[in-house]
Design a protein around this ligand. Structure first.
Ligand code: LMR
Length: 336
């Protein structure tokens, strides 16, 4: 009888297939303006058994502080370059917020000289210590950092296009907020794909695809598109020399990582926009809506219908993305 019961339960894929997995997430740059609130928000993500916090400055205090929050899982601090590999070792997801922020008057591209090394060092550490990790960059310039990291991973034979991301969720978050406010509805009820890249005119919100439909004239679409494209600069100017978006970026980063983790854990139907290696256009790296699964990208959602305005904007941004990718790849090649 007992044998019969257990045979019956083996035949039930629903229970049989449930894998209770605990996950390790590493945050690189966890002591910074984005890293701290991001780490705090990640304490609320279900399923994280270990949160590894890495920075060049001492992480013991922040790790101890976060470890007192009444959530399951442990928080461990790692400090200095020599502890980077230990921090990322065995991680399912490594999210990178390390690097310098923009100051007023700077473009994101100007940060490559200061932040390019972050891509190289983290991708090298991942290759050595955690080649199966999903690697997600917040560090700017995302349009160059992701191609640079891809080049390093390729050089180490550890590149998997499904597992490398530039986080562009803040462009979606901003689009939802601005459109929600303008329509007088909750931003949570707004769905809009944002494609392209994460800098200036490479950020292309597809307002024609917004759900619910956003009815307005071309002038309003142009104004709204411009506001979304320049929203990062709006924060940089408002902070007047004290950095760029940290709290909204942490919110966006945590939103993306949460979806990534749910996908890894086997949940279906998770769609997020991100900047990834892509064949959807003739730019080698491109942000678009992606379905996430247990190995990262499960499916590239084909680009939707676009308005004439959006088609024109797409044609203008592709050469910039191609050039950004070349610059990122060349940066990595110089160091490798
Ligand atoms: C943002 O979009 O807020 C970030 O990329 C930071 C920046 O430099 O604008």
């Amino acid at each position: 009888m007992l044998l019969l019961t257990s045979l019956k339960s083996l035949a039930k894929p629903a229970t049989w297939g449930v894998v209770v997995r605990t996950l390790k997430v590493a945050v690189v740059g966890a002591g910074g303006g984005i890293g701290q609130p991001l780490s705090l928000l990640l304490r609320r993500c279900p399923g994280i058994d270990e949160l590894a916090l890495h920075d060049l400055s001492e992480m013991k205090g922040i790790a101890t502080d976060l470890s007192h929050i009444s959530q399951t899982g442990k928080v461990i601090g790692f400090t200095g370059e020599k502890e980077l590999e230990s921090a990322v070792s065995g991680a399912d997801v490594v999210v990178v917020a390390a690097g310098m922020p923009r100051l007023p008057g700077m473009q994101r591209d100007h940060l490559m000289a200061a932040n390019g090394n972050v891509a190289v060092k983290v991708a090298t550490a991942i290759s050595n210590a955690s080649p199966r990790a999903h690697l997600a960059f917040i560090t700017n310039p995302v349009n160059m950092i992701v191609p640079a990291a891809a080049e390093v991973l390729m050089a180490h034979g550890t590149f998997d296009s499904r597992r490398l991301f530039g986080i562009t969720t803040l462009d979606v978050v901003r689009s939802k907020k601005f459109i929600g406010d303008s329509m007088n509805i909750s931003p949570d009820d707004v769905n809009i794909p944002v494609i392209g890249g994460h800098a200036g005119i490479t950020i292309l919100p597809l307002i024609s695809q917004c759900q619910p439909i956003y009815r307005c004239d071309l002038q309003e679409i142009q104004n709204l598109t411009h506001r979304i494209q320049e929203a990062g600069t709006e924060v940089v100017n408002a902070k007047a020399g004290k950095g760029s978006a940290t709290l909204s970026m942490a919110y966006a980063g945590a939103t993306f990582v949460n979806s990534l983790l749910r996908g890894i854990a086997g949940q279906d139907g998770l769609i997020e926009c991100a900047f990834v290696a892509s064949k959807l256009t003739d730019a080698p790296f491109f942000a678009s809506p992606l379905e996430l699964g247990k190995d990262g990208i499960k499916r590239y959602i084909p680009l939707p219908q676009m308005s004439d305005y959006e088609k024109e904007a797409l044609e203008k941004l592709l050469p910039i993305l191609r050039q950004n990718a070349d610059e990122g790849i060349n940066f990595a090649k110089m160091i490798l």
